[in-house]
Design a protein around this ligand. Sequence first.
Ligand code: UDX
Length: 433
Amino acid sequence: MELVIIGSGYVGLVAACCLAHSGHKVITVEKNIGKLEKLQRGVLPIYEEGLEELFRQGVNSSRLFFSEDLRDVLPGVDFIMIAVGTPSLADGRVDLAQVYEVAQTISETADHPLVVVMKSTVPPGTGKYLIERFFSKACVPIRYVSNPEFLREGKAVWDWYHPDRIVVGSDDPVTAEEVLELYSDIDAPKVTMDVTSAEMVKYASNAFLATKISFINEVANLCELVGADIKLVASAVGMDKRIGPHFLQAGLGYGGSCFPKDTKGLDYISSFNGYSFNLLKAVIEVNSKQRILAVRKLHKEIGNLAGKKIAVLGLAFKPGTDDVREAPALDIIKYLVDEGAAVAATDPLALKNAYPLLPSCVKLSADPYEVLVGAQAFLLATEWPQLVNLDWERVKRLMREPFLVVDGRNALDARRLVGLGYRYCGFGRPGNF
Ligand code: UDX
């Protein structure tokens, strides 16, 4: 099939490369000229495991193209997939300006019947509104489908081909089947429903996963008070099939481009509809407090932070990505700098993205050993394997008393570190290793 994808952000590019790999002809529309030129020169502007190869294949096999203007590429396409950004506004509202702009252009330009597929995360009710305000007013029939994505950064290509389910929301079963044809090579349960329910599936899924994380973080905080170990507790709790082992990793909490935005977005949508989603409000609050907790742990162990040197290991919101959006490390570093600490930080991939967002006094280095020189304490903020597996005997020789480790992801070998003479402090773990 022939389709246009609007937006070459993370979701748009993964969708474009994967759909081209599946044999479809894909034209990606990108209005940012710098980004477009890069793509046209064969440079992928994001890092995502396995994507580069699919991108090259798509370009070389003439199944993947890039264009600036939707109007130039519209003739002949069957589907238009919208994958533009829907960022959070300061009050938690979802900014739909880019979606509206694209919907208007499509409805004004369409000269033959086509199907619009919404990949961007949009609040429940948006599809209905878009149909009423834009698509029903076009000169040709435009059918609308919600098709949310559940891709994890760093694992997006894998997730594309191995989804737990493919959700298609349409008010017309024939259109839903046409869109499902795009995924005919993917072996996964295919679920169809109405547009608004499909939009809600995305929010409910992300909110539920975020709830699991905040829940386990609260249990961890209680573990500290009663002397239990959250790692043991969570692994046994997760063995209950009704609960499952995933998203029970306690620590600094969630960051990234989805969970913070979508939980706040759903909270706003609830309030807007006159409903107070109290559980979700608590999830959001617990998550932001975990970051403060990291600073409190440093305080408790080494007192006043002014003038103390603290190393932060990891800046990305999770391992395997250079993405620092809503990363816990960024907030924590700001708190530490406000308290007068001398902060040095490292990350295997995210230094370039983090640099403009950090106070200028923060020393950055790609070499973790360098940032640990003279540090009284370090915080592990992202559990990159290369940071978890440092040469801890060497690190001990570089650091200073009291050799404090704040393990923000409960990822380090506490017993070994304590044996080497470090003072270990995890989240929800007893001190007696
Ligand atoms: C998430 C969803 O998983 C995906 O389905 C959706 O489409 C987009 O949002 P992503 O943001 O890439 O994907 O990251 P994910 O791997 O889900 O982790 C999110 C955050 O939660 C990370 O900051 C991670 O460190 C944190 N996390 C995850 C925990 O703190 N504990 C856990 O047990 C799991």
